[in-house]
Design a protein around this ligand. Structure first.
Ligand code: SF4
Length: 181
């Protein structure tokens, strides 16, 4: 019987949540026994090859391409999990939500102390994804089935949640895996 597939992506994130997933160490081999990886930076598959049982979302949506990718994940995955504070709440990138987008762009490309930009222009090439007015957590863009907060969520938390979902068991994580003090 074909193994279920999982897909992962990093939107407005730092890849730290993916690093945490890799921190399951040798259990990655056990994971490979029960699933195939589909679209993911882990295997560098760029486009979905079929229906996925689980999609892991790192990062929120900061620009239009993030929204497009997130919607694509919702379309192709039975279960979507927001992993990490950036996906669940916006995280560090959402600090810009307190500043108008025009001011952010001018600080980054024109007024910042280390900026050298003689043209004095914010880049606007059509190849550059359009920035959103603010950073949106994933659940404000599509339906998210599970949230695993943390920066990043511990490897054991990701492991336990994934194994439960992939073996059709309830996601009933012990307190030690979901406390962050
Ligand atoms: S939650 Fe933390 S580790 Fe994960 S993408 Fe955001 S900043 Fe990086």
């Amino acid at each position: 019987m074909a193994k279920p597939k999982i897909a992962t992506t990093s939107l407005a994130g730092c890849f730290g949540c993916h690093m945490s997933l890799l921190d399951i160490d040798e259990r990655i081999l056990e994971l490979a026994e029960i699933v195939d990886f589909d679209k993911s930076p882990i295997d560098d598959i760029k486009t979905f090859t079929g229906r996925c049982a689980v999609g892991l979302i790192e990062g929120g949506c900061a620009h239009e391409e993030n929204v497009e990718v997130l919607r694509e994940f919702r379309k192709h995955c039975d279960i979507l999990i927001s992993i990490g504070d950036c996906a669940t709440m916006g995280g560090i990138p959402a600090l810009r939500n307190m500043v108008p987008i025009r001011e952010c762009l001018e600080e980054a490309y024109i007024n910042g102390p280390s900026v050298h930009n003689p043209a004095g222009k914010v880049p606007d090439d059509e190849e550059i994804p359009l920035m959103l007015d603010r950073v949106y957590p994933a659940h404000e863009v599509v339906k998210i089935d599970y949230h695993l907060p943390g920066c990043p969520p511990p490897a054991d938390t990701l492991w336990e949640a994934l194994v439960a979902l992939l073996t059709n068991k309830p996601v009933d994580l012990p307190y030690e895996l979901i406390k962050y003090d």
